[in-house]
Write a protein that binds this ligand. Sequence first.
Ligand code: FE2
Length: 305
Amino acid sequence: MAEATAESLYQEAVTLAATIFERAHGGQSIDDLPLHQLVERLNAHLKERQELLAYVGHAVSPLGENHYLATHIVNTCLLTLTLGQGLRLPDGELEQLGVCALLYDVGMARILQQATASRGSGGQSPLFEDIKRHPTVGAESLQKMRVQVERAIRVTAEHHERLDGSGYPQGLKGEAVDSWAQIVGLADLYESFTRPRSKRQHQPQAHDLLRELVTQQGLFDSQLVKVLLNQISLYPIGTWVKLNTGAVGRVCGIHQGLPLRPIVELYLESGQMVRPPRKLDLKEIAAVSVKRVVNPADEGVPAAT
Ligand SMILES: [Fe+2]
């Protein structure tokens, strides 16, 4: 059977993630097998090409806006697998880690559902106090769902803990935070930064977060942050950049281990639109480099580009 395209595989993953939330809402048990099979395919796809990563930060849920959480989960799972690959975890462990990354935010779905229900009777959006409960609520849900990957319960309970003790709900410190919970937690944070805040905004803020993570040490293991930089690059796919030549383009590919030298699709050169856009691999041309991250609208690139 021919392997699915990135688009159909992504859609399949979001549909499965939505099913996980439905089962969690209903307190039903879940069969791990389809989760393992999906993660295996995502992992294999990611190893061969980067197309799936282009969905992170840009994807609107193929199932509609109400399913944004399912999209968030799939994006986090893709990033988690990318980090796991960078850490050179064996395939068996990667698969288990990937399953954890599909399950870790079921508590958030629960909290949002409760908030929506109370909003119907004049209630409000969830308060931060409620949101802080979601790792615990999620871990309880997974127990009820009889999840077979046992570590998923710990990853869920600890994915918002930070090494310096500033996380929640327990304020765990250092080695007390599960190493897989750290990986999923970093992927989750990165995903939430790269998600566009509105339909009009198409400039991911990943660059800002990465810079912050490098300068503000102590939240995550420094080795893990380094792997993120190497795997995702300082200029992730989809980032608009201005080069030292003055040209403006969008990052369309990255080289692992070369965070400063992505492949850029040039849209604007010498003040003229380039049609069709021309690809420039900064690994090949040492004299050309990224000057800064830009907002394409400020540079005169039409919004529909
Ligand atoms: Fe969360």
